[in-house]
Structure formats: C-alpha cells, structure tokens
Design a protein around this ligand. Structure first.
Ligand code: 5GP
Length: 136
C-alpha cells in the first residue's frame, strides 16, 4: 500500500492534534473540520478501507471510536456525533488509509442528510438477493 499522510502522522513526521493513541489506533483532529472537534480515528496498520480491512483492525478502530466519541461530543458542547467513513473514490475517500470521522452534531446545526427515495416494485427484492449471494 502506498504511504499516506496518515502514516506520516502516525510516525510523527508531520504535526497533528493527537487526542488519543493506543497500540493499534490513533485519533487526531481533522485539519479541515466539518465542525470544530471533528476527529479522525485511524488504525496504525495501513489498510486502505473496508474492502481490504481485517476484522481485528476494524474492531480496534471501532473500540476507539466508541471510547472517544463522548469526549469529542462534550469537548465542544455538542448533542450528538455523526460517525462517517468513506470507502472508495466514488464514496468521497481522499486518503486511502482506513479512517472514521467523528463529527460533533448540534441540535440546530445546518447539516442535511442525503435525500431518500422509494424502490420501484421488485427492485428491493432483486438487490437484496444479489447482496445475499455476494456475501463471502
Ligand atoms: P476522506 O474524504 O478520505 O474520508 O477524508 C480525509 C480527511 O482527512 C479529510 O477530512 C481531510 O480534511 C483530512 N486530512 C487530509 N490531510 C490531512 C492532514 O494532513 N492532517 C489532518 N489532521 N487531516 C487531514
């Protein structure tokens, strides 16, 4: 896997506001926050995204997401957090080193979710069956 900016942060080659670190993960402020306190949780093991990550790496990252989310929320007086993760260029992934965004959310902030739609008749069953067949 190509070296990424996050590996440079892990190795302390470039500065970052690191808020938490353990043997397997590190968490630091996003340099361009969606909201103040926006934090990234990253495994130290260089995996790209959900498509090449192993269970142990994902479990370690999610443990850290769970551990630090209350502190992220409370540090900025937020009311909740949005936990987001982009996997693949089409999904908006820019840094190809697995990471989860913890974004503080306030009751009256401006964020809007994507619009939701209805399935055409039969489409849900067809797609669900393709997913069931594709699970390895
Ligand atoms: P992605 O779109 O890949 O999910 O998001 C990558 C995130 O990494 C972006 O929100 C971006 O602001 C953040 N980021 C990119 N380069 C750096 C950096 O050098 N330092 C920090 N702290 N965050 C970065």
């Amino acid at each position: 896997m190509e070296d990424t900016i996050f590996m440079k942060i892990i190795r302390r080659e470039i500065p970052a506001e690191i808020v938490y670190e353990d043997a397997d993960t590190i968490a630091f402020l996003d340099v361009k926050p969606t909201a103040p306190g926006h934090t990234l949780v990253v495994p130290k093991k260089p995996v790209q995204n959900i498509f090449d990550a192993d269970d142990e790496t994902l479990a370690a990252v999610m443990r850290t997401v769970r551990k630090i989310s209350p502190a992220v929320r409370d540090a900025v007086g937020a009311h909740g957090v949005h936990i987001n993760s982009n996997h693949g260029e089409a999904a908006g992934q820019i840094v190809f080193h697995l990471h989860f965004h913890i974004i503080p959310r306030h009751s009256r902030d401006e964020f809007r979710f994507w619009p939701q739609n209805d399935y055409l008749k039969g489409d849900a069953a067809t797609i669900a069956e393709k997913i069931r067949i594709g699970i390895k």
